[in-house]
Unconditional design. Structure first.
Length: 259
């Protein structure tokens, strides 16, 4: 009989495995604190083992102990690690394959914009193969309220931030210096919250349509947006809009959002 040479070796260190599970246990708990008994019961380990792991992690401030209640919680040492991960997430790299596919599917130009204060910075562009090419350069900046992406971003802002923005003298939802009806805009924002995408039907640039959806981070904060720009017809808004919304959600999940 032939010998099966398939290795079943798994390079796992039990103590590290249990430490990781303990951190996840505390992180997923409905409350911020757990007792030693609760933790060990949840993980299926002996109290002495749980105690040793907890006090080892406490040396690095990964775990905090409340001496009054004798309960444990995640410690401040994890904050610097989380900050480092967040700052080093390359949203452009994460988004690249999704947005290139979207450009080809819709035969349109696709933009990735990153939000900075009241500006929408075009971080990357992806070209489809539309008959009429629309060239938009990367590294240019637009106002946060500009066109479709403006509606998509503002629609999902918290009310206080949105109301503050509405008080600005210049808003660009329908193009530069164009008068608009606030009631109409608010209806569009409400619809965007339901569908997940906003549209611009040639208001900013006649003959050019746009659709946009926001990208969220792990704190459910809007950090960027996806925009498709092209000469596609108004009848394509629903189909393309759903594609943009789905891809924006997928990118959001990749950067840690729970949506």
């Amino acid at each position: 009989m032939a010998k099966n040479n398939t290795s079943t070796y798994k390079p796992i260190v039990p103590a590290v495995d249990q430490s990781a599970k303990l951190l996840l246990c505390l992180g997923n708990n409905s409350g911020p604190n757990m007792t030693l008994t609760q933790i060990c019961k949840k993980l299926g380990i002996h109290k002495s083992k749980g105690f040793s792991i907890l006090h080892t992690l406490m040396q690095f401030d990964f775990i905090s102990k409340d001496s009054g209640t004798k309960t444990y919680s995640l410690g401040p040492g994890l904050l610097s690690l989380a900050k480092n991960v967040h700052e080093n997430l390359d949203i452009r790299k994460i988004s690249e394959s999704f947005l290139q596919d979207l450009a080809l599917q819709t035969k349109s130009t696709v933009l990735l914009g990153v939000i900075s204060n009241d500006q929408f910075f075009i971080s990357a562009t992806y070209e489809g193969d539309d008959t009429v090419g629309i060239t938009i350069r990367a590294n240019q900046t637009l106002h946060i309220t500009h066109g479709a992406h403006g509606k998509a971003i503002v629609a999902f802002m918290d009310k206080e931030r949105r109301d503050s923005l509405f008080k600005q003298k210049q808003l660009y939802f329908y193009g530069k210096d164009r008068y608009f009806d606030m009631k109409v805009l608010k209806k569009e924002l409400s619809l965007c919250r339901k569908t997940g995408f906003a549209v611009d039907h040639g208001s900013v640039t006649p003959g050019i349509n746009a659709i946009s959806s926001p990208i969220f981070d792990s704190d459910k904060k809007i950090i960027a947006g996806v925009v498709i720009v092209g000469t596609f017809s108004k009848e394509k808004f629903s189909e393309f809009g759903q594609k943009v919304a789905d891809i924006s959600k997928e990118i959001s999940r990749k950067v840690g959002a729970n949506i």
